[in-house]
Design a protein around this ligand. Structure first.
Ligand SMILES: Nc1ncnc2c1ncn2[C@@H]1O[C@H](COP(=O)(O)OP(=O)(O)OP(=O)(O)O)[C@@H](O)[C@H]1O
Ligand SMILES: [Mg+2]
Length: 424
């Protein structure tokens, strides 16, 4: 047994049976609080409340140490009287100032019976809150040698000073508060570092992709310049498709970034899914023609009129069809687009191709943002955005092997039966 455990046992022996029961009860409750409550302000508030009750005090407060300004400020102040918010706003104690500041500086608990007649007492706190301090117990919060703050209980109910048992119980609470605060800070710090690293990575990827598209744009503009200055229509004719494709890529990329950047509630409207399929095919017509891809579109009559976010469904189909167009072979490429109604009434969209399919090894990653096997030709936002839109509709997206050998993406979008516009 350690020295500390022996000391703890000794003071527990001094307690009257009912005090012992109260102490064990409250320790049990506080340990459960630490395990269950995940948000720090609620946890601190609850522990302060328990400290107040267990020490039979009129008030309790938690001062946290500010490393930058090297002083203590009130984080939580619980009491029946006085202006606690003014205390939190206006009062700061330097290390060594007041009883709390002294406990923090010396890293030792201070138990005073008559605070007002103690030379170290800091009157401003009472003046600000309107509270009259008599007895006071201040316990420093230290975690892994780091000063975290000070826990105080004020005014023993019924007069007199805080007992040795009060001191030990409040010291135990202080240990829990110190660990909770410093763990929460550590988690926050790690999260911030991870977030910054992820943002950095994302920005680098996006900048790289933008640069590639701009290179294509500038190349075509140079070619156009030459064509214009030399009156050479062949140069212009050659540059124009590159220019169109690059501006299309940039528009698409910006749309994907916007769709990805924030949560959206789909704006539901009724529309003919054939119109959206046609728009998608027009958008990718450059690649379709260039690779002579055979398109097979099959929209069943029941599924024609659907209720969904039209721009969202357009983006879903555009991303799936663009991927299929990228995947199919240079010659003999084939893409099948299907819209049908499931038995449940849900809309089912399928895009299948005869490319190489999605290898099992990466099937789990393809929906991750920035996952791409296309190097400089892809950002890896397409499927992440697609999945996000589908999920925002309460739907599902899956990938499997298509009968024609390539990938088969299947999207299911639930349709409300009631309030649905009649089918044509
Ligand atoms: N039809 C498909 N056949 C084979 N692999 C596919 C298909 N669709 C997607 N993939 C794989 O999933 C990856 C992620 O697709 P996603 O659309 O998210 O990004 P991307 O197409 O690479 O880039 P972009 O952001 O320009 O769409 C692709 O890089 C590819 O490896
Ligand atoms: Mg894509």
């Amino acid at each position: 047994m350690t020295q500390h455990a022996l000391e703890t046992a000794a003071w527990l022996h001094e307690l009257a049976p009912e005090d012992l029961r109260r102490t064990v009860d409250v320790l049990y409750r506080v340990h459960r609080l630490v395990a269950l409550v995940t948000d720090l302000p609620t946890l601190l508030h609850s522990i302060l409340d328990e400290s107040k009750q267990v020490a039979q005090a009129e008030a309790s407060s938690l001062l946290l140490y500010d490393e930058i300004t090297n002083d203590l400020y009130f984080e939580v102040a619980l009491g029946e009287t006085g202006d606690q918010s003014a205390l939190k706003r206006e009062v700061r104690l330097k290390l060594g100032e007041g009883i709390a500041g002294t406990a923090a500086l010396q890293r030792e608990s201070i138990n005073v019976a008559d605070a007002r007649n103690d030379g170290r007492f800091f009157k401003k706190a009472d003046e600000t809150s309107g509270f009259a301090t008599r007895s006071l117990l201040a316990v420093p919060l230290v975690d892994r040698e780091q000063l975290i703050g000070v826990l105080e209980v004020v005014n023993k109910i019924g007069g007199g000073s805080f007992s040795n048992a009060d001191l030990h119980v409040v010291e135990m609470f202080a240990g829990l508060v110190a660990t909770s605060v410093s763990n929460a800070r550590l988690i926050e710090k790690n999260l911030r570092a991870e977030r910054l690293a992820a943002i950095g990575q994302a920005v680098a990827g996006l900048a790289h992709h933008t640069k590639n598209i701009i290179t294509g744009l500038s190349g075509s503009v140079d070619l156009m310049d030459q064509g214009l200055s030399q009156n050479n229509s062949e140069f212009i004719a050659r540059s124009w498709p590159i220019f169109k494709r690059s501006s299309q890529r940039i528009a698409n990329f910006v749309e994907d970034m916007l769709s990805f950047s924030k949560a959206r509630v789909p704006v539901l409207e009724s529309f003919d899914v054939r119109g959206v399929v046609k728009e998608v095919c027009d958008t990718v017509s450059g690649t379709i023609t260039k690779k002579s891809i055979a398109l097979n579109i099959d929209v069943d009559d029941v599924a024609r009129m659907i209720r969904a976010d039209q721009r969202g469904i357009y983006r879903v189909l555009l991303n799936l069809v663009s991927n299929a167009a990228d995947a199919v072979p240079r010659s003999g490429g084939h893409i099948r687009i299907l819209a049908m109604s499931a038995d449940s009434g849900a809309l089912v969209l399928e895009v299948a191709d005869n490319g190489p399919g999605v290898p099992d090894a990466i099937a789990r990653q393809i929906f991750d943002p920035f996952f791409s096997t296309k190097g400089s030709q892809g950002t890896g936002l397409g499927l992440a955005v697609t999945q996000k839109i589908v999920v925002e509709h309460g739907g599902q997206i899956t990938v499997s092997r298509a009968p024609e050998g390539g990938a088969l993406f299947r999207v299911v979008i639930p349709q409300e039966r009631e309030g649905q516009e009649p089918h044509e």
